[in-house]
Ligand binder design. Structure first.
Ligand code: 1QQ
Length: 374
């Protein structure tokens, strides 16, 4: 059936004039302010990441504004960790604010819905923490500068195997969230590749608080490690309950665990946590030490991975805009997919025409409440 097909190309950012400037690269000058939308989870369950993302992105664009030639305005929205609010935020940024591009959302769970709207409106969307399988494949306007969880786990599980001599593990995952479910599939694939046996497999849901039944099965299976795919909200009670029940096996996780908020909330139970992720404070990447110092001074707390990825996104968007000195949606879409080996605080990073990022994973272990490279 063909319904009413409304083509909305009245938006300023998609027309071809107002936001193109003169020059290219460092010489690019665009007269009109370039509006960038940002949708992060600033409140509720994913605020552990969203608040850092807001700060990192803002700092990146402030630095770029100071550098001159282009003036950016970030229009920040809070999706309150809800799919419904995320859809509303994307709608507002696309239709009312007429932004050139959108950074976010925080969770893959929202991206699977909101990115269909960005794609059909022709608005480039750049994820900075959307790590589930299948995100860039959602369309031509969908990009990510967020290390896929597949890549993180393909690094963290073999590193844990080597460090701990794993032969048999338990897999626990949240089967109500798109990211954690997608990661669980990857975990099982990586375990098969590594010849590690799964002796227990248990599921729970995002808002669960009592894991006694699942953890009793894990205890009985006597695994060498627990591979856990969960958001911090469930991770904190789950890991504490595991330790209280007498499960001493090390715990291995992915992207959601690369968070000082999680480590702080776990207190002593964070010891030995093994985490695969996109960034480490200890990494000697270009500009990292300066980024950490400036961020800490500006916000009164050290940055985390989510801040680092959002900060990097500001520079990637700026690169894409400066390539043709054009901040219209079409130009950003074309140029974001051609970012080659940008030397970032995350290390060398590139984005291909399919919207997928290439970068190295870092594997860390928590000792005395702090991340150290494994
Ligand atoms: C995703 C994630 C989350 C853990 C980001 C906070 O990686 O939803 O894809």
């Amino acid at each position: 059936a063909t319904g009413a097909c409304v083509s909305d190309d009245t938006n300023q950012a998609s027309s071809d004039s107002a936001l193109s400037g003169s020059g290219t690269g460092a010489d690019c000058t665009i007269d009109e302010t370039v509006k960038i939308g940002a949708v992060f989870s600033l409140t509720e369950a994913a605020a552990f990441a969203g608040t850092y993302q807001q700060e990192g992105l803002a700092m990146g664009f402030e630095e770029l504004n100071a550098a001159g030639g282009i003036t950016y305005e970030v229009i920040q929205e809070d999706d309150k960790t809800s799919v419904e609010d995320s859809v509303a935020a994307f709608g507002k940024l696309i239709d009312r604010d007429e932004v050139s591009a959108i950074v976010g959302p925080t969770l893959s769970n929202m991206a699977f819905t909101t990115y269909t709207d960005a794609e059909s409106a022709g608005v480039p969307a750049l994820g900075v923490s959307t790590t589930a399988e299948g995100i860039p494949e959602m369309g031509d306007y969908i990009f990510r500068a967020s290390l896929p969880e597949e890549v993180a786990l393909a690094a963290s599980i073999p590193a844990a195997k080597e460090a701990l001599g794993l032969a048999k593990v338990a897999v626990l995952y949240d089967n109500a969230d798109e990211f954690t479910t997608s990661a669980a599939n990857t975990i099982k694939d990586v375990l098969t590749d590594e010849g590690i046996e799964i002796v227990a497999e248990e599921t729970f849901e995002t808002a669960d608080t009592d894991f006694a039944a699942q953890l009793t099965s894990v205890l009985e299976a006597e695994p060498d490690a627990v591979i856990l795919s969960a958001l911090p909200g469930a991770t904190v009670p789950l890991v504490k309950q595991a330790r209280n029940l007498g499960i001493e096996a090390p715990i291995v996780g992915g992207n959601a665990f690369n968070s000082p908020v999680l480590v702080g909330a776990l207190e002593d139970a964070s010891e030995g946590l093994i985490v695969g992720g996109a960034w480490s404070a200890a990494a000697d990447t270009t500009g990292n030490a300066e980024f950490i110092a400036n961020y800490t001074e500006k916000y009164g707390r050290a940055p985390d991975q989510f801040a680092a990825q959002a900060y990097t996104a500001a520079y990637l968007l700026d690169q894409a805009i400066r390539a043709d000195c054009d901040a219209n949606r079409e130009a950003i879409k074309d140029n974001l997919g051609q970012i080659l080996e940008y030397d970032s605080i995350l290390g060398p990073i590139s984005i291909d025409e399919n919207g997928e990022v290439t970068q190295e994973a870092v594997v860390q272990i928590v000792h005395d409440g702090a991340f150290t490279l494994l």
